[in-house]
Design a protein around this ligand. Sequence first.
Ligand code: ZN
Ligand code: ZN
Length: 334
Amino acid sequence: MPESPDIKVREVLPGFHLLYLPLPMRPTIVNVYLVNGGSEWGLIDTGMNTSDSLSAFRAALDLVGCRPEWIRKIVGTHHHPDHFGTSGPYKRLCHADVFLHPLEVARISSFLPQDRSPETVTFFRRNGIPMDDFMQIPSPGEFWRGVYEPTKPDQLLSDRDRIRIGERELEVVWTPGHSPGHCVIYFPKEKVAVVGDHLLPKITPHVGITAENAGDPLGDFLASLEKVGELDVETVLPAHGAVYHDHRKRVAQLIEFHEYRMQVMLDIVRGRPRTAYDVALEAFDLTPQSPFQQQFPATFETLAHLEHMRLLGRTEKTLAGDRMIWRSKDSGRR
Ligand SMILES: [Zn+2]
Ligand SMILES: [Zn+2]
């Protein structure tokens, strides 16, 4: 028998249990929420499929006094491995219905074992990533092999859906940005928002453009922040970090943070046109020797900011050879 893990569970509000599940990377914990609806229970997010997380989950259920089969609904805020990674095993364990937004369903496969496509490599090169130095790094599917066991959802979430968990009712609030089909799970009567990665208390979620995610994710994210700011919320239940209360203050901070970051990037390209990768190294204080787990997301996040500014008329991009070069449009103003 492996050593029993520390049992970490807390009833943060009557009927709302926070389960702290370990992750094999930073952030080191994901919070999932077990909701007692009286005649049935619901689970929001599932953690990652590691033996530590599975045993922490079972121990927490025992401590709360909830049998797995009482959980009838499993709702995923989004498809990322730390959130949806154990949806397969828990669907089988609980015989529950699994809910996920369709835009997330379409992206599950990007975390499953597969080779990196030539289009993806072209996308990396075009944005300045020195791929000759990185051909050996694992693709996301190889990186997450074994710890990501998603299931096909039984039901698809859409904005403003109302779903009952026993005597409680939740409202789905579609919040694209961090991920295209990310949803905040809102309990209007209790004034509780389970915010997934959308509105974290201490860290800012990754918002990036990748080969699979084009469009304007930063614009989506900022609009989703405004949207959540309009909800009547007393308690915020985040996926990473501590429970908190003033959600509007956090919304304002995150909007300000991205305004500042856009300004920093605009200053970097002003007069010195360059690739998103080169902007990322400077904006995030990285070097070509920094871990690839930092350089890649920084480049994607930089692209999201540069593209959002392009739509606002503040930057422009041109293809020079096989490289996409960004420059500032608001010349002179500093
Ligand atoms: Zn996430
Ligand atoms: Zn997360």
